[in-house]
Design a binder for this molecule. Structure first.
Ligand code: ADP
Ligand code: ZN
Length: 364
């Protein structure tokens, strides 16, 4: 098991990563012995791992309270947030209590948000159980709930005390969620360095099949990289934006398809569009462009994405950005690790990039 830290001006988080890390929880959380623990857990995860989870927490404290969260984005609601607060109050959750979230991004987001406001903030620990949350959302302190149909409209930045990543949980993760996490990992393939890119090139096909050989190292490199970026720019005012590589297109695709496809699946295509836009803008050379694109092509693209109308997608994307008070600029790249934020592009070039990405996508 590896351990590293994420230090910001106001907080310090410890991140543990390794197969079997969950069973080591009584040691990792020894300072919490016999304190009140509030476990907010995804119902599917509880179903698969109930015995193991109850056993581990029994070894830590006699005061463990479970809140079972219905899977799915709908649980990131104001009403669920309210229920959680009431649950904490009824069970006399105090400033010395700890909230432990066990699940994917949905569980982590609403747990983090609740932890950040209950009594103006209580201890928070994340135990991510999806590939996407292991490599991305459990690190960096972003929390959110949805409001009036708008995703993540209310939220905060609230760093967890600890994050415990145990890839053993991936054994039961559905295939489409593995693919989703892989999409986010591919983003790191373009951000970290060439060695990591080449490692992914070798491993991606087995990764998709949920062959977990070497997964620990891949997760560790992504999580470490994300932590290093958040340390520099916790509040998303500058460098942290690079973590949104491919997300302008990705989010627009997700929203156009009414969130029927996973985040990572849409992001993977968003990264292709970003590469095309970087190429069309003369930032990336032809050799690198084709090399990077071929890695992304190892992940199958859903036909629904290929049938989207480019023009409609782009005008909506620009409209949404303006409405949110954000400049319709892009995060593009020159080569692996050389990222340019706030790049201006006209809608014609954006549409051309979407179409190019479509053309270069091998339909399997
Ligand atoms: P994300 O991290 O992608 O935001 P979600 O929190 O939306 O993920 O979870 C995606 C789905 O995966 C949900 O249906 C959830 O119940 C399920 N899930 C999460 N972790 C596991 C796991 N380890 N095994 C099986 N299913 C899981
Ligand atoms: Zn993402």
């Amino acid at each position: 098991m590896k351990k590293f830290e994420l230090n910001t001006e106001s907080s310090s988080s410890e991140i543990f990563c390794g197969t079997g890390a969950f069973e080591k929880l009584p040691q990792i959380l020894k300072e919490l012995h016999n304190q009140k623990l509030f476990i907010v857990i995804d119902k599917n995860v509880f179903k698969y791992y109930q015995r193991k989870i109850e056993k581990v927490f029994r070894g830590i404290s006699r005061q463990v309270f479970y809140y079972h969260l219905k899977p799915g984005e709908r649980s990131k609601s104001v009403s669920e947030f309210n229920k959680l607060l009431i649950f904490f109050k009824k069970n006399e959750c105090s400033r010395n209590s700890t909230l432990i979230s066990i699940g994917g991004g949905v569980t982590g987001d609403i747990s983090g948000f609740t932890a950040s406001v209950y009594m103006r903030g209580i201890n928070l620990i994340h135990i991510p159980t999806t590939l996407l949350s292991m490599v991305d959302s459990s690190i960096g302190g972003k929390t959110a709930i949805n409001l009036d149909g708008v995703k993540n409209l209310a939220g905060s930045i609230y760093q967890p005390e600890k994050v415990i990543i145990d890839p053993t949980f991936l054994k039961t993760l559905p295939q489409k969620e593995i693919l989703s996490g892989t999409g986010e990992i591919l983003k790191y393939g373009l951000l970290i360095n060439k060695d990591f890119f080449l490692l992914l090139k070798k491993r991606i096909t087995s990764l998709i099949k949920n062959d977990r050989t070497g997964i620990e190292d891949i997760i560790l490199q992504c999580a470490r990289y994300k932590a290093s970026v958040v340390q520099i720019d916790e509040n998303d005012s500058g460098m942290r934006k690079i973590l949104n590589l491919g997300h302008t297109f990705g989010h627009a695709i997700e929203s156009e398809l009414n969130y029927k496809l996973t985040h990572g699946e849409c992001l993977a295509f968003g990264l292709k569009c970003m590469l095309c836009l970087s190429f069309e803008s003369g930032l990336i050379n032809q050799k690198n462009f084709y090399e990077y694109f071929s890695l992304l092509n190892l992940l199958r693209t859903n036909k629904k994405i290929l049938s989207l109308d480019g023009k409609k997608l782009i005008s909506k994307m620009i409209f949404d950005k303006k409405r949110n008070g954000v400049n319709p600029t892009f995060i593009l790249m020159k080569r692996i690790g050389e990222i340019i934020i706030d790049y201006n592009c006209d809608s014609k070039r954006i549409a051309a990039s979407f179409n190019k990405a479509k053309q270069l996508t091998a339909v399997k």
